[in-house]
Design a protein around this ligand. Structure first.
Ligand SMILES: [Zn+2]
Ligand SMILES: [Zn+2]
Length: 331
């Protein structure tokens, strides 16, 4: 179950914070995810405290955490601190695209379009090379830059053309990013206008959500021997896993359905019985309870244990059959 209401986000954040105490070596991804849940529950002061806690250590994702902290602080009125963090990140010029996107979008969200454009352009200048292929993260920088340039009424440049070409989706980027689209169509229907604004917001929201949660949605995979051991010990779980083959087929089908619905950052975590039993004990729940399985998967993913899905067609299938993904579950 994915948290939805503020109370569910708070509960999930608290669970992740408890987990971080048990697995200090995995603290950074756990607390980053907990902070994202706190932000989603609008508990911004608590999210801020977590970011500060991480920054007081020596986090692996220093600039991303600073950027998330800046965006979070600005959302609840701490503009001066947010600006100081943002200019510090720009001076440091990190080579990770994610902090750049977070700060450029924070500036954009607060109508600082020129500063947002500068940040996107500085990032692209630093990270987009003519002779290296674009990654999803660098493409996102060019897409954000394209959006801000349309809002500023600037003409297309070469990077805008690249963003247009790289964009996949039912609506072309120029249409999606055209702030005057509705007027150009000659519409004065308020409902249509609202729908358009909602669409733009949704696009922005999806990006922001993907950024502030750089954590996979992961499905739980049991290798055959582990599944047999699990079902022998806890026969009630057989309702979830009629057979190992159907378990594997179900994982692939669920991941494809999630991908088709636009969920990014998908992954697979591998379970084993002792670690599952330890998790059940820490949650004070019986391992025989089917509802614990999803929480176990979420916790493994939050600890950074997920393998990204899908594999490329020629790399080994995630099911460990030894066959290439393209001729196994990727068929
Ligand atoms: Zn364009
Ligand atoms: Zn397979």
């Amino acid at each position: 179950m994915r948290p939805d209401t503020p109370a569910e986000h708070i509960a999930e954040a608290e669970r992740l914070i408890r987990t971080a105490h048990r697995y200090p070596e995995d603290q950074e991804p756990l607390l980053l995810q907990a902070a994202a849940h706190l932000e989603l529950a609008d508990a911004r002061d608590r999210a801020s405290a977590l970011y500060d806690q991480l920054l007081a250590g020596a986090p692996a994702n220093l600039h991303l955490i600073k950027a998330l902290q800046a965006a979070n602080l600005w959302e609840y009125g701490h503009e001066a601190e947010a600006r100081a963090l943002i200019s510090g990140i720009r001076d440091a010029a990190p080579t990770d695209p994610a902090p750049w996107e977070v700060i450029a979008e924070a500036l954009e969200a607060h109508d600082e379009l020129d500063a947002s454009h500068e940040a996107f352009t500085q990032a692209a200048t630093l990270l987009v090379a003519d002779d290296a292929p674009l990654t999803p993260a660098t493409t996102a920088l060019l897409t954000g830059r394209h959006r801000v340039r349309r809002l500023l009424g600037l003409p297309h440049d070469d990077w805008d053309m690249v963003a247009d070409t790289r964009h996949t989706g039912p609506i072309p980027l120029d249409e999606l990013h055209d702030p005057k689209r509705i007027w150009a169509l000659g519409s004065n229907d308020p409902a249509e206008l609202r729908a358009e604004i909602a669409r733009l917001r949704a696009e922005l929201g999806d990006r922001r959500a993907a950024l502030s949660r750089p954590f996979p949605v992961a499905l739980l995979h049991w290798p055959a021997a582990e599944l047999a051991e699990l079902l022998t010990a806890y026969p009630t779980l057989a309702t979830e896993y009629p057979s190992h083959d159907s378990h594997l087929a179900q994982i692939e089908a669920s991941l494809r359905a999630l991908a088709a619905s636009g969920t990014t950052n998908l992954g697979i975590v591998t379970g084993n019985v002792p670690s599952y039993e330890a998790f059940a004990a820490s949650e004070r729940t019986s391992p025989a309870s089917p509802s614990l399985l999803a929480e176990y998967a979420t916790t493994l993913a939050a600890r950074g244990k997920a393998t990204p899905w899908p594999p490329t067609p020629t790399s080994p299938c995630w099911c460990t059959s030894g066959k290439p993904y393209g001729s196994c579950h990727g068929q």
